[in-house]
Ligand binder design. Sequence first.
Ligand code: SAM
Ligand code: SF4
Length: 474
Amino acid sequence: MKTLPNMTLRDEAVDFIDDAFLESLLQAGPPDPGEFRELLAKGLSKEALSVKETAVLLRADDPELVEELFQAARDLKNRVYGNRIVLFAPLYIGNDCVNDCLYCAFRVSNSEAVRRTLRDEELYQQVEALQNVGHKRLILVFGEHPNYDAEFIARCVRSVYDIKIGRGEIRRVNINAAPLDHEGFRVVHEAGIGTYQIFQETYHRETYAKYHPRGTRKGDFLYRLDSLDRAMESGCDDVGLGALFGLYDWRFEVLGLVSHALHLQDRFRCGPHTISFPRLRPACGVNLDETHLVNDLDFKRVIATLRVAVPYTGLILTAREEPSLRRDVMAFGVSQIDAGSRIEIGGYTEVGDAQVMDREQFQLGDIRPLDVVVRELLTDGYVPSWCTACYRLGRTGEHFMEFAIPGFIKRYCTPNALTTLKEYLVDYASNETRAAGDARIRDELAKIPDGEMKSKLIERLNTIEQSDRRDLYV
Ligand code: SAM
Ligand code: SF4
């Protein structure tokens, strides 16, 4: 495990969002094309942008410059990250909630929501169903409720790791749950969580107050803004940021996310592992002001800007989005997607092909089975990956290493992606997907120069094909 720098715990939360400053950056008018292009070049050379520089990218509405931004994001993806896409699934554990977030079907005042928390045997059944289609990485999702305290979350995490069906197992359990205090974060860290993900929802104070009523637990902007600092101080040095796009001006939210990433980087010398950019979706019993909904073009600008501005951070594109859009924006530097997702409580075994709105937090845009998504990725030239090697070998900050250490992707990421893909193909894939996957593995092997690394990789791939041995990573 990476050790955090020695530090004393602070008494006060650090408020690093200066609304007036961020607004002023956005109002400065269209950028000089020369400056805009210099900043794209800076991003392409793998240097993080400042908040002020990010605002320059956001102020360019000229279609030609926007296209250059998209091209820079695609180039970064191709040249730096390569073609791997990590796959995971959400697992909703319970939707009791004491908060009243106006956009969410789980909010306490929504009488239409069917309330439920998975019992032990139901948790087992959901994990069994997920393993049986090939998932290896999950994110457990919880409402905010006294029943879902740190001990409960830790117990769920341990239970999920303990379940092993056939050749299946879950190798990384991430969390999306309410912010904890220091002790709570220590408890979940000890249970072996991967990433602790908390979305700020909106970085704009006034909007935050509008959607999160005062007096509710989530109503305290600063307590939430400080949560990932508490997580890092408590040993959870792998954290995920996010903003819910559609509540306020998307440009402001991008600046909020970049401010947050830079704040963590400055304070802990380790930035966030991932950034998510969920867009507001229809939800049971929710009727919202639509002023700030983000259209597809602007959504692409969100992703491309983040890719260029925060090079060391993974970007997560969720199944809230429709399949065609997911396919389109994948090339802009997305590194992780969820697939085969169901978000009704018990959804992986109980609901069939249609979504059941009063049982889910919001409506998903993409509920295609994992096998279909994997096949599409393969057809589009990507390598679907379930790799968990860095995290399990204590190489935290792997996204940083991938990007910053010459040869890291070639030495570790590509071989591990290919062995996890091979496991998926042999153990779970349909015939069609298997054929597409084997062809991709052949193509990827052809790109690797002959030598020890390649022959050992081929040996591991053959072992997976011919035996029960799994989880062969470097
Ligand atoms: N209760 C925890 C919390 O609030 O941090 C867990 C979060 S919730 C189960 C996961 C995320 O879903 C929220 O942080 C929010 O960003 C997002 N969400 C809620 N309602 C949504 C909606 N209508 N459309 C899209 N995303 C939504
Ligand atoms: Fe509860 Fe989270 Fe939904 Fe807010 S977003 S109502 S805290 S589940």
